[in-house]
Design a protein around this ligand. Structure first.
Ligand SMILES: NC(=O)c1ccc[n+]([C@@H]2O[C@H](COP(=O)([O-])OP(=O)(O)OC[C@H]3O[C@@H](n4cnc5c(N)ncnc54)[C@H](O)[C@@H]3O)[C@@H](O)[C@H]2O)c1
Length: 163
């Protein structure tokens, strides 16, 4: 059990890569905090964790909102007293060239893929420091290296995040 005694906070853990990460961390003995904007999806991940006999809790959070992240961090500390691992996974992308991408698509990706990662890291790092350290994993995309015109949006957000 590699994560025994560790608490892992995973954003966007209500589906896809975030849910798969939650299941893996749970199997390794970690206490998993499933943070997602969707209660239905997040609660389903926690149900799956518990079905396996693993530990987890759901917190509803929109990672683009500072006040919600602040409340999320407080709730994790209240329950588990520490955060050892933060997985910045909540993210989104649309296909589109620089010409076809709309301003709304651009704003949504920048808010979620950049500001969300910044705000979660900003608020979790002080808690990690109190306990002597921690690990942050930023989920990105291999599209960053493809430099394909149809992925203009995600390439821009990843290149600028330094992920
Ligand atoms: N799946 C892929 O092929 C792929 C490829 C490249 C990069 N990625 C990246 O991997 C990450 C996960 O991708 P996925 O395909 O598993 O995604 P997904 O769409 O299956 O899951 C994303 C989760 O994030 C949640 N979410 C959305 N907005 C949120 C918000 N504001 N606050 C909190 N939660 C929010 C959703 O409810 C959902 O549960 C993303 O960052 C994505 O950009 C995925």
């Amino acid at each position: 059990m590699k994560l025994s005694g560790k608490t892992a906070l995973i954003t966007g853990a209500g589906s896809g890569i975030g849910r798969a990460t939650a299941m893996l961390f749970g199997r390794e003995g970690g206490k998993v905090v499933v943070a997602d904007v969707s209660s239905e999806k997040g609660n389903e991940t926690v149900r799956m964790l518990k079905e396996n006999g693993d530990q987890g809790m759901f917190l509803k959070v929109d990672v683009t909102k500072a006040s919600e992240i602040e409340n999320m961090v407080k709730a994790v500390i209240d329950r588990y007293k520490r955060i050892d691992i933060l997985v910045n996974n909540a993210g989104f992308y649309d296909r589109g060239t620089v010409v076809t991408t709309t301003q709304e698509q651009w704003d949504r990706v920048i808010e979620l893929n950049l500001k969300g990662v910044f705000l979660c890291s900003k608020m979790v790092v002080p808690e990690m420091k109190k306990k002597g350290g921690g690990v942050i994993i930023n989920v990105a995309s291999s599209s960053e290296h493809l430099l394909c015109s149809c992925f203009a949006l995600i390439e821009s957000s990843l290149l600028n995040s330094g992920a």
